[in-house]
Design a protein around this ligand. Sequence first.
Ligand code: GLU
Length: 500
Amino acid sequence: MTETTVRVRFAPSPTGYVHVGNARTALFNWLFARYHGGAFVLRIEDTDVERSEAQYETSLIEDLRWFGLDWDEGSDKGGPFGPYRQSERKDIYAQYATELIQQRRAYYCFCSPEQLEAERQVALKAGRQPRYSGRCRALEPEESAARVKAGEPAAIRLKIPEGAFSWDDLVHGLTSFSGDVIGDPIIVRSDGNPAYNFAVVIDDHLMGITHVIRGDDHISNTPRQLAVYQALGWPAPAFAHLSTILGPDRTRLSKRHGATSLESFREMGVLPEALRNYLALLGWSPADGKTEILSDAGLIAQFSLDHITKSPAVFDQEKLNWLNRHYMKQATMARLAKLSVPFLARAGYIAEPVPNPTLAWLERVVDAVLKNLDTLSQLSEASRLIFEYEPCSPSHQAIMDHLLNDNGAREVLTAFIPQVSEPLTYEKFREIAKAMQKQTGRKGRELFHPIRVALTGAESGPELEKLIPIFEEGSKLSLPHHVKSCTERLREFRECAGIG
Ligand code: GLU
């Protein structure tokens, strides 16, 4: 027997930016499809005309691409089961709605919004869960058809049979809802737009979706969707509902907690592979339960719905930073230099477009500061001492006083500064330092710390071995923020310190 080909989908509504919860849903679907050698479909659920915007479709596609996912069929690339945008499938929904009316599995509902709201209030007051009373169910179909023909606005509701709707959820196990609590749901609104629970079933069926993997905020929609499958006589796919993602305070992760959209992680300078690895571990773990660093190939090879937890996952920015540091160390300097451009441009340090010699120099800059970074957004702060050197400014007063109160430091610098000439290489610097050691009898930190402060204006920072060539080469580039060479730095230093 051949196994049916796995087909899964990610079905975002283009109503805003892609939240990490949705990004994780997309990722799990993608991993599941790739593990099984199946198909991953991108369907755009834009039937909510008021909230959907074409611009969000474009940005969500860009964000998903940045995130590193690819799909086999979708609104942007077509495929054998298209169109993949719900707003282009209205005729299909209408055709099935008419079929259900004809079979008396659905009926027209003429209740006004005011009437429905009044019913809701009565139920709420009585402490009952509101649900549709079923008033229009009793209308004679011929009479209803005549009213619709005469132009009276009508929604279409599905008749929910008595009994329970159950499924064996691949994450939550056997899950059941009584038909009583559902009420007859609207499947087509009076404006002709299909309801989500109707469109989704028709699409999932016609697109051959075998597994619906989505957030557990949709759990209560599933019985309604099962009712639609039943009414249409279609087999239902398997369902897996993923747990909610919580913030550190254990409330649903939202903007209050900081970055939550794919775009905000990108802007923060998180690498997409770090985010993929991190989100894959948010509610899922590999069979050994402990490996944390997993490449795409590693994730795909091991991904299984069996190891998804039911309990909500707590978003941990520290762990994401840890993974990001790991992936930044793996990345090539050329890639990181390119990625650093917007951050440095925002700080006014460089201007776009960046010419090749500057890019090559940026590789050195990134390499020098990388080990202190969680994300690339910290790059401009970490590289400030390269771009900004103002020893005479009031902000440096404390550092300068501290340095110059130390007679040993004064001695080192008095001897060191006149020795430096342009261009300074690290080798030359070592030679001078060696001579200084002999002359002053100081070594190690006692020797190098004052030199570091004089050259960088800071008490700590990357190794001088990396900084010296950065200062020298940087000073030859034409950058909006001139990078001072070692001799320029020492000249300024001498001016305000009065030594050397
Ligand atoms: N359009 C729905 C959403 O964005 C997706 C629902 C589903 O996956 O069935 O939440």
